[in-house]
Design a protein around this ligand. Structure first.
Ligand SMILES: *[C@@H]1O[C@H](CO)[C@@H](O)[C@H](O)[C@H]1NC(C)=O
Ligand SMILES: *[C@@H]1O[C@H](CO)[C@@H](O)[C@H](O)[C@H]1NC(C)=O
Ligand SMILES: *[C@@H]1O[C@H](CO)[C@@H](O)[C@H](O)[C@H]1NC(C)=O
Length: 435
């Protein structure tokens, strides 16, 4: 009898949901306390059903992602790389000639959240680019091991040979980038520009779009270091001496103890720590006495990465310099707290150190910005935002590809949910994983 069958279906469906909810409550109060269990469950979370970037899904279908395991995966003693590329949807082919002819180098500084890193890496990965990963020396051993294991599956991904204990706003943050640059100039990849990223960044542009942007009339052969002449209210950063304390913050060295003037009569600029730099400029940074003296002088300043690149980029002799450059360059979409109501309509997630950690409702603003990257994302707090942007980004990348698409390159697929029993089966398989 069809009615009876329907009732049975509905009953099973409700039962499935009840068991699911109860399990979640149970896990939340018990197992969730251990960090390992937490990450294991988080990585199997369902795909957000209202991802504003993707529009409305067709009637009776929803997106489902295909991976349910991550942290544990990279704890294995050895990895089958072919399997890993496929399991994590890495695009291991160059997607166009245009991209191949303009290799990029990336510096990524990370210290936590392996899952976020994997998502970032697979979004920017291309086999002809090169990636230097700087893992904070303070990071836990198994985190480093996992990153090492992952990097071991690629010829063009490596860990920085010298790694720093990175302090927020400290010199170590700048030194980390420079360590990677020393490694990158020795790489066999003929990269044209280097871009730096932190673990909480995520791309908005595809690799192809980045390549086109880097080659546009405005930026070809030119470094992008958004910033201006140091304003009065930032002078304290280079006027007094600072030291890194307890590996976690920076304090003024001696009250009232002033620093000497910058070497070579350099005019100090203030800007973002993010850049895209030409290879010739990187050589200049590593070799020129001006850059080296300035680096030495910057060691006891506050947040030197926010003045070092932009100041050097205003030196006439520096290759690719931008003497009358200001804030130009769509390098990052960031919602600063003090720009609420001017550049953005408020943070839908929450602010940490006056920077918005995006929630899924911030996605339309991010996409609209068309910047190279957006900052910041936190998989622990707002996983859906990253999930949603990632899927949008991947669909765009695949759409632009000039080669046939491999099935494993899809991060998620649309599944039919119009029938009750299939859905229950889906919930059941989630439950199996959770238990
Ligand atoms: C989805 O189904 C509803 C109700 O049957 C219908 O009104 C709506 O137009 C459908 N939407 C799409 C996109 O097919
Ligand atoms: C690795 O995985 C691939 C794809 O699943 C498989 O074909 C291959 O045999 C595996 N290699 C080893 C050494 O296990
Ligand atoms: C749902 O189940 C029916 C029969 O049980 C099957 O024919 C159909 O393909 C399934 N749909 C999906 C999306 O798995």
């Amino acid at each position: 009898m069809p009615q009876l069958e329907d009732a049975k279906c509905s009953f099973l469906f409700c039962l499935g949901i009840c068991i699911f909810i109860c399990s979640i409550i149970y896990l939340k109060t018990t197992v969730f306390d251990t960090p390992q269990a937490k990450s294991r469950i988080l990585t199997c979370r369902p795909f957000p059903q209202h991802c504003p970037a993707l529009g409305h899904s067709r009637n009776g279908t929803r997106w489902q992602s295909t991976e349910c395991h991550l942290e544990g995966y990279f704890m294995a003693p050895v990895l089958n790389c072919t399997q890993m590329w496929s399991d994590f949807h890495f695009i291991t082919r160059t997607l166009s000639k245009e991209e191949e002819e303009y290799p990029l180098a990336f510096i990524i500084t990370i210290h936590k959240e392996l899952e976020t890193f994997v998502r970032l890496l697979r979004a920017i990965y291309a086999p002809h680019n090169v990636y230097c990963i700087h893992v904070d020396r303070k990071a836990p051993e198994d985190y480093k091991k996992s990153v090492q294991l992952l990097a071991g599956c690629f010829d063009n991904v490596f860990l920085a040979t010298v790694s720093e204990r990175v302090t927020y706003a400290g010199f170590s943050r700048l030194q980390a980038d420079i360590n990677c640059m020393s490694d990158l100039v020795k790489s066999s990849v003929r990269w044209r520009k280097v871009i730096n990223l932190c673990g909480q960044d995520f791309p908005i542009q595809s690799n192809l779009e980045l390549v086109r942007y880097m080659q546009s009339k405005e930026w070809r052969d030119r470094n992008m270091t958004p910033g201006i002449k140091q304003p009065k209210d930032k002078r304290y950063r280079t006027e007094f001496q600072y030291v890194e304390a307890d590996d976690s913050y920076v304090v003024q060295h001696k009250r009232g103890h002033k620093k000497s003037l910058p070497p070579h009569n350099l005019q100090i600029y203030f800007g973002t720590a993010y850049y895209s730099l030409t290879r010739a400029f990187v050589q200049f940074v590593l070799e020129s006495p001006v850059a080296k003296d300035f680096l030495e002088w910057s060691k006891d300043t506050f947040s030197p990465d926010e003045h070092y690149w932009v100041t050097l980029n205003h030196i006439k002799d520096a290759p690719g310099s931008h003497l009358n450059g200001g804030w130009e360059g769509d390098i990052r979409a960031i919602k600063w707290k003090d720009q609420e109501g001017t550049t953005h309509n408020g943070c839908k997630g929450h602010y940490i150190r006056d920077i918005c950690i995006y929630s899924i409702e911030d996605i339309p603003w991010i996409i609209n910005k068309q910047s190279m990257f957006a900052n910041k994302f936190g998989i622990e707090t707002f996983p859906d935002a990253l999930h949603c942007l990632e899927q949008w980004h991947r669909l765009k990348v695949l759409q632009q590809a000039a080669v046939p698409i491999q099935p494993s390159w899809h991060l998620a697929h649309e599944v039919d949910t119009s029938q009750c029993c299939n859905n229950t089966a889906g919930l059941k398989s989630n439950l199996l994983f959770l238990s």
